[in-house]
Design a protein. Structure first.
Length: 186
């Protein structure tokens, strides 16, 4: 297997492993999902294929979470605002694909901006789709204020999982390179 295939399998393996970690109990919004799109956008070369990989992983984990964890609340694969959440992930992926930095400070900045993107899009969707909020500027601001308690965990989760993914990738990729070098010396 050549180096590019190994690198690609490493990225896919990390993405699906992290996506499945959503099944482990965690604080509200402290999840790896946004980090998957930050990671894929930062390290991927083929835009569409590399969006579909984390998107597939998220769809799979959404199905598993909604079927096994929230089954008692009534199984729903696509809830009314799901498309806006997926749109937020697409915007995050494209943003991270456009900004080419994989340094730790760069990943931190991209993670923070991605958290803000997700917060703005999903709380806008909550305001737009819910009769709970007045359909005016005040209602929109109420929606954003209501989302603030979850925003902190979102930022922490995005930072934590982004760093975990980048560190794991760097460590495993170096290991693959060392093994390839040892094999070539034989």
């Amino acid at each position: 297997m050549n180096e590019n295939n190994q690198k690609y399998l490493l990225i896919v393996g990390l993405i699906f492993t992290i996506a499945l970690s959503r099944l482990v109990p965690h604080p509200w919004n402290f999840t790896p999902v946004t980090a998957l799109f930050i990671f894929a956008g930062s390290f991927a070369r083929k835009k569409m294929v590399n969006f579909l990989i984390p998107f597939s992983a998220v769809l799979l984990s959404d199905f598993l979470v909604n079927y096994f964890i929230y089954k008692t609340a009534g199984f729903t694969f696509f809830y009314p605002g799901a498309w806006m959440v997926y749109l937020a992930y697409l915007v995050i992926f494209l943003f991270n694909h456009t900004i080419h930095t994989v340094s730790y400070p760069g990943i931190a900045a991209k993670s923070l901006i991605s958290s803000i993107i997700f917060f703005l899009i999903t709380n806008f969707a909550a305001w737009y789709a819910s009769p709970m909020y007045a359909q005016n500027f005040g209602g929109l601001m109420t929606s954003y204020i209501a989302g603030l308690p979850f925003f902190g965990n979102g930022i922490l989760g995005d930072l934590f999982y982004s760093f975990i993914l980048v560190a794991a990738y760097n460590m495993l990729y170096r290991s693959l390179l060392q093994r390839a070098e040892i094999r070539s010396q034989r």
